[in-house]
Design a protein around this ligand. Sequence first.
Ligand code: HEC
Length: 171
Amino acid sequence: MRLFRISTAALMILGLFSLAYAIHETIPAETQITLPGPDAPKLYEYITVSKPYTRWEMWPGKGKMYKGTQPHGDFLTTYVNDAGLTAIRKMQGAMPDGSIIAKENYGPDRKFTGLSVMYKIKGFNPAASDWFWAKYNADGKALASGRVEGCIKCHDKMKDNDRVFTGILKK
Ligand code: HEC
């Protein structure tokens, strides 16, 4: 009888663990079909290998190497994927889930110094427009990523514009 109770308890615990594991596994797997989850290396692979950002359109009205401000660099080239681009063109007020903005940063000598990326993931951080923030060096190493306080604090200035500086998203 006692042995029976112990093994029942063990089975229940095992069951709970596998349920938790199953839930944990299904959520990211679903979002990975087309887009990466909130993961800096996977996002980098997505924007450089799967859907290279250099083949996206540049931010409407902004060309290559326009003048930037700190901390992003003296010159910038900003690319936007289709989801983000539609929101800019239609002045949707905010970018939808799956939007990615990839900005090349250059120093005063026009040397490439790295990428600053904003990637919208529904539910990732509702308090700050659901952006996943990522800063990569010139070799693609993530220097900061996620709900990065430094990025959010400054981009909060544009909180009525989906925390985006480069263009106004509302009519
Ligand atoms: C001190 C303020 C400040 C901080 C900190 C900051 N940004 Fe920005 N960011 C800007 C400004 C201003 C622009 C507009 C372009 C420019 O002139 O630099 C911008 C533009 C961008 C853009 C292009 C989309 C847009 O909002 O216009 C991305 C992507 C971006 N920043 C990512 C980041 C990431 C990632 C971090 C943190 C690692 C970060 N930023 C930290 C001020 C800031």
